[in-house]
Each structure stands twice: as structure tokens, then as C-alpha cells.
Design a protein around this ligand. Structure first.
Ligand code: URA
Length: 230
């Protein structure tokens, strides 16, 4: 919310006092005096008026997890273990997922308590590459490359997928780079050729590679540089 509104909403606050306090440089956000009440303040910012702490500011948290198969990309589920069950963190129910993977897909999954960050990350317009390693039941033909690069029509959504890059690694394996995230997209793309995906693993989102040190089920906090880069 805007800083002037936060100040105006205080039990003994009013808009005029808020304006005066701002003009006098008595309001600090994360330790710096702020005079512009239009500043957007988030739950992660510390806000002080003179010596009084108006909002302590909680830490923003960001994690990468190596999702195993058989664990559902949700924070709650009636039957399956969820990715949240794999985290040993205080207040982990404040975390949410920045994107999902199917039940049997493995690989890079991001969790955070920062809704702005995850929204930006998952916006279809962002066109951030997502890289998947794929193994299939049938051999992968060279014609797939051209078809995926042209885009496939998905009748259910009435859209054509964005050009995707396919690198064939061996007869039954490939690396696929998508620039969007449609429902079951990889499986549906290979499904176009009646080729079933047997193994699907997300290796990378944007510049962020799944840490090779993380075994399935393990996780770690993102570094500030990784958070900023995404
Ligand atoms: N595409 C799929 O089909 N499944 C996933 O889990 C991710 C992308």
C-alpha cells in the first residue's frame, strides 16, 4: 500500500499529520528518510516514524527445490505429499509456488512468500525460457523440431503455442525450451506425434539452473543475485 495511506491508517493518525511527518523527513523506510507519500510499501519493508516502529518488515523468502516425482505442486492436498512437506522452514505455510510441475515431473520448482516476484515470474508475457529434459516412448523424429518451432494449435485454449526450441539428444531423449507455460504443455506437444512422455525434468527457468548439488527432495534459499536475475 502507499506510504501515506499506511500512515493515515494508524490508530491516531490522519492524513494531515501524515503529510507533515513526511515533509519533515520523520518517516523512514528501510532506514532511509522518505518524503514522498506515494511510495509503495510492502510487508517486507521496515517503516518507522521518529523512533516508533510502525511496521517491522518481514523477510522476503525465496527457495529452489528439486521436486521429486510423486509429490504434488501444491501447498495442500488430500492424498499426496506436497512440495511444502519437503521444506523444513518456519512459517512455511506463508510460502506459495511460483509455477507448477505435474505430479510425475521432476526438477526445478520455486517457492516464495513474495507475491509480486512470483507473479512477474509466471506472467505469460515475460517469455522467460523454461528448459526441460524429456524422454519419450517412441523415437523423436527430426520433423518435431520444425513443428515445435512453428507452434502447435491447442484447441482447448484456442491458441497457437509460441515457437519452442527442440534439441534432439538421442533417439528417445531431447531438451525442449518453452517460452510460456500452458497446461501439460510438453506432454501435449509430444502427444501431437502420439509420442508419450515417460520422463520430464525441468532444468532451468530463465537464468536459474537447478543446483546440481540438490538431490531430489532437497532445497536451498536463492541468493540475492539469483532473486534479482529472475
Ligand atoms: N509440461 C508438462 O506437460 N508437464 C509439466 O510438468 C511441465 C510442463
Amino acid at each position: 500500500m502507499r506510504l501515506d495511506r499506511l500512515l493515515g491508517n494508524l490508530p491516531h493518525g490522519n492524513r494531515r499529520d501524515a503529510r507533515l511527518a513526511l515533509a519533515a523527513g520523520r518517516v523512514r523506510v528501510d532506514g532511509l528518510a522518505v518524503r514522498d507519500g506515494r511510495l509503495e510499501v510492502r510487508e517486507f519493508n521496515r517503516v518507522e516514524l521518529d523512533e516508533q516502529v510502525l511496521q517491522a518488515g518481514k523477510p522476503a523468502r525465496y527457495f529452489m527445490l528439486h521436486k521429486p516425482a510423486g509429490v504434488v505442486s501444491a501447498t495442500e492436498h488430500p492424498e499426496h505429499r506436497t512440495v511444502l512437506d519437503l521444506l523444513d522452514e518456519p512459517d512455511k505455510h506463508e510460502l506459495h509456488l511460483a509455477g507448477r510441475l505435474d505430479l510425475n515431473t521432476t526438477g526445478l520448482l520455486l517457492l516464495t512468500n513474495d507475491g509480486h516476484w512470483s507473479r512477474r515470474l509466471t506472467l505469460p508475457q515475460s517469455k522467460r525460457p523454461k528448459v526441460y529434459y524429456v524422454e519419450t516412448e517412441q523415437p523423436i523424429g527430426s520433423e518435431y523440431v520444425e513443428t515445435f518451432a512453428r507452434g502447435l494449435y491447442f484447441a482447448y485454449e484456442d491458441l497457437t503455442t509460441l515457437p519452442a526450441e527442440l534439441e534432439i539428444l538421442a533417439s528417445h531423449s531431447a531438451r525442449l525450451t518453452l517460452f510460456e507455460g500452458r497446461y501439460h504443455q510438453v506432454k501435449r506437444m509430444f502427444g501431437h506425434f502420439h509420442n508419450k512422455v515417460l520422463r520430464l525434468h525441468r532444468e532451468r527457468i530463465g537464468t536459474l539452473q537447478l543446483d546440481p548439488e540438490l538431490a531430489e527432495g532437497q532445497y536451498r534459499a536463492l541468493t540475492p543475485d539469483e532473486v534479482a536475475a529472475l
